[in-house]
Design a protein around this ligand. Structure first.
Ligand code: BES
Ligand code: MN
Ligand code: MN
Length: 453
């Protein structure tokens, strides 16, 4: 059995996790580059203290990736553990009950940006490793850590290194701890992730902003033009009107669909407590799970332009920018989706508007097989600690590096300790502390049982 730091040392562990969470390692904002480095340093110091003989930064253009190796254990299997130390921006700040980077416990939950995505999970991996060190030093198997700093912003550092150095992914199993339970008490492994094609649509309609009294009635308006382009790309029923987009979608198998039907899903509670809206939207003829896991989406993330200050300003804006993305499902590719998006935008844009589609951040959809023996080991670990094996489901989110982690043919265990109401990327993100303590024990048992094989 792993030593029981997860029950005995909760105060110390909580203090350490808070330290990690206080570092605003927001990878997408250049002003926080130094904070990203501080977070990387925090992880490195930790790994060194745990006795890893190899702890290094993989540098590239952007935020570094941490690489570490535990002491060699001849004859034992090798596992690779993945997580990310970067976090999303915390805005809107005024929505946070306590500061995004002032981790605070309320009601058994720890609130902070990155609490569950993904620092809390990286922490669970580190502490699980700590818990299986024999005499505080020797792990039962060969453990490699790869903790990146560009998951949320789309950097190349980890990709380029894994591509150039394929030995890093030549292991017996990869654990990606960046997801969550299907429901409270129901741990999960994921059979697919969606991909992403994120872009900016830049629209210009004149050289200068204009007075809306002087020119209103004759001059084009960039925000109106942008709105027309955007609404032309999806109809009111949720069908995306980008020609060809649905063509390469690979439908889920009958067995997969049947499995999803059996999952517990209380539609009303899902709507009220998770979506927190008055109604669900999207393609009604598909189930919620199909819409989340097996169909692409088109989402508008933000529109910039014109006047949004206090009071009134009568301006006809000459430029606007919309941030949009397509989530992609198995069968689709980001390159093709970008082409289709750009063509569709060109088709619906008025001739007199100057419109550019600029790709920002892409990730490919992935599908993984969950029949390797390592999955049974993970099931046993969850069974022992939380009393239930995993359910195999898909995720609607994306983790671009998974394709690279899978390149060596090792089974990739997409799993994690999150809960559906953790509000990742949103104000008041939290991790439930009991999930962290359980997670440490689950991963610890997983390491031990992998070593026995
Ligand atoms: N951990 C998430 C991905 C995730 C979310 C997986 C929910 C499963 C369920 C990850 O940190 C993330 O947010 N990914 C981004 C990637 C994107 C910026 C390419 C995402 O999905 O938006
Ligand atoms: Mn994440
Ligand atoms: Mn994220």
């Amino acid at each position: 059995m792993p030593n029981d730091i997860a029950t005995r040392d909760q105060d110390r562990l909580l203090g350490e996790l808070k330290e990690f969470l206080r570092i605003p390692s927001i990878s997408t904002l250049p002003a926080h580059a130094a904070d990203c480095r501080r977070a990387a340093q925090w992880v490195m110091d930790h790994l060194r203290r745990l006795g890893c003989p190899v702890v290094e930064l993989l540098e590239g253009q952007g935020h570094p990736t941490i690489w570490a190796e535990g002491p060699k254990v001849p004859g034992a299997p090798t596992i690779l553990l993945y997580g990310h130390y970067d976090v999303q921006p915390a805005e809107p700040l005024e929505e946070w009950v306590t500061g995004a980077f002032e981790p605070t416990v309320r009601n058994g939950n720890l609130y902070a940006r990155g609490a569950v995505d993904d620092k809390g999970q990286v922490f669970a991996l580190l502490k699980a490793y700590e818990s299986v060190l024999d005499g505080g030093k020797r792990p039962p198997l060969n453990v490699r850590f790869i903790i990146e700093g560009e998951e949320e912003c789309g950097g190349r550092v980890i990709f380029d290194r894994l591509k150039a150095e394929p030995w890093r992914t030549e292991v017996d199993a990869v654990v990606v701890a960046d997801m969550g339970y299907y429901a409270p008490g129901v741990p999960a492994v994921y059979t697919a992730l969606r991909g992403l094609a994120y872009a900016e649509i830049q629209v210009r309609t004149a050289e200068s902003d204009l007075h809306s009294g002087e020119y209103g009635g004759v001059a084009p308006n960039a925000i109106e033009t942008t709105a027309r382009i955007l609404t032309a790309l999806k109809d009111a029923n949720g069908r995306i009107k980008i020609p060809g987009l649905y063509e390469s979608v690979k439908p889920p198998s009958k067995a997969e669909l049947a499995g999803w039907k059996k999952l517990p899903l209380d539609r009303r509670r899902y709507l009220k407590q998770q979506v927190t809206a008055k109604a669900l939207t999207g393609l009604q003829k598909y189930s919620i799970h199909e819409r989340l896991w097996a169909l692409p989406t088109f989402e508008i993330h933000g529109i910039r332009g014109g006047f949004v200050g206090e009071g009134a300003k009568t301006v006809i804006p000459c430029q606007a920018v919309a941030k949009v993305s397509l989530r992609l499902v198995p069968g689709q590719s980001s390159a093709k989706a970008y082409r289709q998006l750009a063509q569709a935008v060109k088709r619906v844009a008025p001739k007199w508007a100057d419109v550019q589609v600029v790709p920002l951040h892409a990730g490919e959809p992935v599908q993984v097989k969950v029949d390797a023996p390592a999955f049974r080991v993970l099931d046993r670990a969850f069974q022992e600690v939380v009393g239930r094996p995993t359910v195999a489901v898909r995720a609607g989110g994306s983790i671009p590096v998974v394709t690279a982690l899978a390149q060596g043919g090792a089974p990739v265990l997409l799993t994690g300790i999150g809960l559906p109401d953790d509000r990742l990327h949103a104000p008041n993100e939290k991790v439930t502390l009991s999930q962290v303590w359980d997670g440490i024990q689950v991963f610890g048992r997983f390491f031990e049982m992998m070593a026995e094989k």
